[in-house]
Design a protein around this ligand. Structure first.
Ligand SMILES: Nc1nc2c(c(=O)[nH]1)N[C@H]1C(S)=C(S)[C@@H](COP(=O)(O)O)O[C@H]1N2
Ligand SMILES: [Mo]
Length: 315
C-alpha cells in the first residue's frame, strides 16, 4: 500500500505540505482581493478582512511600539502614480492590477540569476512582522505593521558577485493594468535603487503584506520594498525586477526632479526640500505635528552607513 496512515508520515513532511498549502492560499488571496475590488460597490473602503490573512508570521526585530495607523488610512491615503496622482486614486483604481501569477526576475551581478514565482521566492523564508515608522517626503507619516522578509536574506540566495555595489529595482510596466502609465507624469517604469550595504541592512525588507494580511494592490501588491529610514518614495511597489549592478542606478524621483530628490533620500530634518521644511511631520490620524527624527528614528541602526558622507550634498 502506498497510502500512508497519518502516524506514518514524518513530521517534517506534514509541516512542509501544510506550509505549501497555506502559501498557495496566500497568493490566491491576493488574487481574490484584487477581483473583489473590480466589483461595483466593493473595493472602495474595503475593510481589513477583505484581504487574506498570512500564515506563520512571527514578530521580527526593530518594531516600534507606537500606535499603528489605522488599516483604513494606510490603504486609502497612498502614492502610486501608476494609478493616478491623487492620494485616493490608488484605492479606487488599483483593482485592475493582476497580482497572481507574479514573477520576479533577479539578475545582473549575481552567480545565480533567475526568474522566480512569488511563491517560491518567499517559501524558504520565515515571514516577519515589522511595525515601522514611515515618512513621506511630503511631510506626513504613518506607522505600519508590515509583513515581509529581509531583502538581504533573499539577495544572498542569488549569490551577489564582488562587483555588486548597488541594487536596482523596477515596477511592472503594463498600461493596460496600470492606467496612470498612459500619461507621462513619470518616466515609466518606476525605478529605484539602494547601495548594497543599505540593501543588505537587516532593517530593509521586501513586504508581501501588512496588518497580518496580503498587501492591498494600492500598497504595492504583491511585493514592495520597505526602507524605514528613507523617504517613502524609496519604497518601490509591485516589483518585477531586481538587478545587482556596479554603478549607482537611476531612480524615478531623481530623474523627474533632480534638485528636489536625491539618490539617498534619508529622512533628514536638517535638509529642507526646496519647497518646504522637513523639520516636522503630520502623523496621519493626528492633529498636531511632531518633530521629524534623523533617519526617521532609526539613526542608531543606520547612521554608521553614512559616517564619511556629507548628508547635505548627498540628500
Ligand atoms: N511603483 C511605485 N512605487 C511607489 C510610488 C509610485 O508612485 N509608484 N510612490 C512612492 C511614494 S512617493 C510613497 S510615499 C510610497 C507610499 O506607499 P504607501 O502608499 O504604501 O503608503 O510608495 C512609493 N512607491
Ligand atoms: Mo512619497
Amino acid at each position: 500500500m502506498l497510502i500512508k496512515t497519518a502516524t506514518e508520515i514524518p513530521t517534517r513532511e506534514i509541516t512542509d505540505e501544510s506550509l505549501y498549502l497555506k502559501r498557495r492560499k496566500f497568493l490566491m488571496g491576493a488574487a481574490s482581493a484584487a477581483g473583489a475590488a473590480l466589483l461595483p460597490g466593493i473595493g472602495h473602503g474595503a475593510t481589513q478582512d477583505a484581504y487574506r490573512q498570512l500564515p506563520d508570521v512571527r514578530p521580527g526585530p526593530f518594531g516600534t511600539d507606537e500606535q499603528p495607523t489605522s488599516f483604513e488610512d494606510a490603504s486609502s491615503y497612498n502614492n502610486f502614480y501608476e494609478f493616478g496622482t491623487g492620494k485616493s486614486d490608488p484605492e479606487r483604481r488599483a483593482g485592475s492590477l493582476r497580482t497572481d501569477p507574479w514573477t520576479l526576475k533577479v539578475g545582473g551581478e549575481v552567480g545565480k540569476p533567475g526568474v522566480i514565482g512569488l511563491e517560491s521566492l518567499i517559501a524558504p523564508h520565515q515571514l516577519e512582522e515589522r511595525v515601522y515608522r514611515m515618512r513621506c517626503v511630503e511631510a506626513w507619516s504613518m506607522v505600519i505593521p508590515w509583513v515581509g522578509i529581509p531583502l538581504g536574506d533573499l539577495l544572498t540566495r542569488f549569490e551577489p558577485t564582488s562587483k555588486a555595489k548597488y541594487v536596482s529595482f523596477q515596477t511592472l510596466f503594463d498600461p493596460s493594468q496600470m492606467p496612470g502609465q498612459r500619461r507621462n507624469v513619470l518616466d515609466w517604469p518606476y525605478v529605484e535603487g539602494l547601495r548594497i550595504d543599505e540593501a543588505m541592512h537587516p532593517l530593509t525588507i521586501l513586504a508581501v503584506g501588512m496588518y497580518g494580511r496580503v498587501l492591498p494592490n494600492q500598497n504595492g501588491a504583491p511585493l514592495r520594498l520597505v526602507v524605514p529610514w528613507k523617504y517613502g518614495f524609496k519604497g518601490i511597489k509591485s516589483i518585477v525586477s531586481i538587478r545587482l549592478v556596479e554603478k549607482e542606478p537611476p531612480t524615478s524621483w531623481n530623474l523627474s526632479a533632480p534638485h528636489e530628490y536625491g539618490f539617498y533620500a534619508n529622512v533628514n530634518p536638517e535638509v529642507d526640500h526646496p519647497r518646504w521644511s522637513q523639520k516636522r511631520e503630520r502623523r496621519i490620524g493626528e492633529f498636531f505635528k511632531r518633530k521629524t527624527l534623523p533617519f526617521n528614528g532609526y539613526a542608531e541602526q543606520v547612521a554608521h552607513l553614512y559616517q564619511d558622507m556629507d548628508l547635505r550634498a548627498n540628500y
